[in-house]
Structures are given as C-alpha cells and as structure tokens.
Design a protein around this ligand. Structure first.
Ligand code: DP6
Length: 327
C-alpha cells in the first residue's frame, strides 16, 4: 500500500491570517493564492503492518521527534477516514531552492495528504483532499489546485465547508511572480505563532477583519477581468495590512528586515518610472514581486542589482497535485 504525489507551493494575494479554531485549522477569513510552477514537494507514503511506528525521511535526513509527532497527528486523520491503525513510512523531497527560505508546509502537507489518502485507497475528491490538507497547514488547502485558488473560510464548526476551489486554471492567465530571496537572518516568529499572537493581542486585527472580505471580492473581479493593475494594487495593500497587524501585537513583531524594505522601495520606484510591479510578503523577510510576463526580465534585472538581494527566481501559475508512479 503505497503512493507518490507532487504538490506545488502557493503565494497568497489575499492572506490567510488568523484561526477561529486552531485544532481544526479553521481560518477567520477566506484567502486567495496563485500556485507556483517552480517550487514543489514530492512525497511517497508506504503503509505496512511491519512498521512499529510512523517514520519520516525529509530531504534525505531522518526527521526529529517533534516533526514525527506532527506527521503522526496528521496521518491519524487519514487513518481515521480509512478505518485503519497501520503505521506509515513517509519519504519527502522538497524541490524548493533551500536558500529561498520558502515555507514548504503548503506543498508538504498537500503532497502528504494526497499520497497518504491514495495509498489507503480513499479516493477523495479535490475538495475533500483540500479539507484534509488544511488540517496539516492552512495554506496547504490551496496547494491541491493549480492556477488561481480560493480557500473558503467556511461557517460550520466541524470545518467540512472550509476548503479551497479553483478560480482559474494555470493556463488561463499568465502573470509573473518573481521570488526575491534577500540577505536576511532567520525569522524569529513562525506564521502559526505570529497569527495566533496577532488574533489574541493586536487591536489592529479588527481592522484586518473588517476589510479582508471586500479585498477578496475586488481581487476576484480583477482575476475575472484579467485586470493586472487591480490585482497588483489589492495584493500589495492586503499584504501591507496583514503586516501592520503584527506591529500592534503584544509583544510586537515584524517579519521585514532592511533587505525587505530595499525591495519594497525598489518596486515602488519602478512603478513611478512607469514599470508596473507590485509586491507581496508572507511571514518572513523574502518578497514576491508581481508583474506582467513582458516585463519580467527587465524587473528581474533591476531587483537582482540590489546588493541586499541574493537571488530572483521567476515563477508563473503552476499545476495542482499530481500522482506519480515512480521517482
Ligand atoms: C502569511 O499555512 O503556514 O503565508 O495553518 O498554522 O500552518 P498554519 O499556517 P500557514 O500560514 C500561512 C500564512 C501566510 C499567508 C497565506 O499563505 O495565506
């Protein structure tokens, strides 16, 4: 009983920021992302009665006990669905440039949910897989699908209506996402801890909640109309609002480093010069720059010239999960 799956990372244009139920990974707001073609995780899951516990080989190294506890908790969801107690051997490889400091939890849990459920012959639909992957990491719910994806926050307590759906497939609209890797130290607050602290202590969190659904509505209109300017303006403003909530938290924190600001300022400067680009930033110092494909080479060059930039990787909308027969 084994299966192999591949899932890609995604970048949120409307951020998931805060949980209403942290056990079930139920978000306070809906979010929207682009699945990226360049960065992905491949995971093989083997279930066998011969195994005495779950194990995880991550990028060639045995996982720590802490990582195994998380994987076991996640696999228990899959085992419950299949009505089995059999342990699993998980082998996972991240095809994400290590220097990129990319959060691989989205592609990681999407690939794990897909391979584990297939190995146990569960035959889940895309939305069922999305709700399953969500319980490993919220953003993983969106990596099940390719292209432009919305994660509906859902209303019910059990979380059965909290899953992602595809808005446009990866071929329907080509936008460029430049992944800008900056010179920076390690981040001190994880996205999980950061969002929780913000929900619990930041007076600015109410401002976030009051406006995020409107941002989402306008973003969906922009996608529907293939209106790049509108997409960029909303994405940048939404990211800035998310980061503003962290400054009001107790204790306050900030994901940006000086190199992050260098890139943000450069993007604004390019815009003033008539070169259309926008930025978005997740829970870390790196920046993703959005532009139209015809400008990507020129913008890449200008960003790469900054002394605080280590690398610029050009991405485009990528596919959803794939089942692999071998690797
Ligand atoms: C800022 O999905 O990493 O990247 O659900 O706790 O695993 P957990 O958090 P995670 O949070 C991602 C936060 C974000 C915004 C986003 O991707 O929507």
């Amino acid at each position: 009983m084994e299966a192999i799956a591949r899932a890609h990372t995604n970048i949120a244009l409307i951020k998931y920021w805060g949980k209403r139920n942290s056990q079930l990974f139920l978000p306070t707001n809906s979010s929207l992302s682009i699945t990226l073609d360049h960065f992905y995780t491949e995971t093989k899951v083997q279930f066998s009665d011969q195994f005495e516990k779950d194990s995880l080989l991550l990028d060639g190294s045995q996982a720590t006990d802490k990582e195994i506890v998380k994987i076991t908790a996640f696999l228990n969801h899959v085992r419950n669905l299949a009505g089995t107690k059999t342990f699993a051997k998980v082998t996972s490889v991240n095809h994400v440039p290590t220097a990129a400091g990319f959060a691989s939890s989205a592609s990681g849990y999407a690939a794990l949910a897909t391979a584990a459920s297939k190995a146990l012959q569960l035959d889940l639909t895309g939305t069922e897989l999305s709700a399953l992957a969500r319980q490993g990491s919220g953003s993983a719910s969106r990596s099940i699908f390719g292209g432009f994806v919305e994660w509906h926050k859902g209303e019910n307590e059990a979380g059965t209506d909290s899953f992602a759906t595809q808005i446009l497939d990866e071929k329907a609209w080509n936008v460029s996402v430049l992944s800008v890797v900056v010179e920076a130290g390690p981040k001190s607050v994880s996205s999980r801890d950061g969002m929780q602290r913000t929900v619990e202590t930041s007076p600015f969190y109410d401002g976030w909640l009051a406006t995020v659904e409107e941002d989402l509505k306008l973003m969906k209109e922009a996608i529907n109309d293939r209106d790049f300017t509108k997409l960029g303006e909303i994405a940048e403003a939404n990211a800035l609002k998310m980061h503003a909530t962290t400054l009001g938290a107790k204790p306050p924190f900030l994901y940006w480093q000086s190199a992050t600001l260098d890139v943000m300022q450069k993007v604004m400067e390019l815009r003033q010069q008539g070169l259309e680009a926008y930025f978005t930033i997740d829970a870390g110092p790196n920046v993703k720059v959005l532009c139209e494909p015809e400008n990507e080479e020129m913008i890449k060059e200008k960003l790469a010239a900054l002394s605080s930039v280590r690398d610029v990787i050009v991405c485009h909308p990528g596919p959803g999960i794939q089942y692999l027969s071998d690797w």
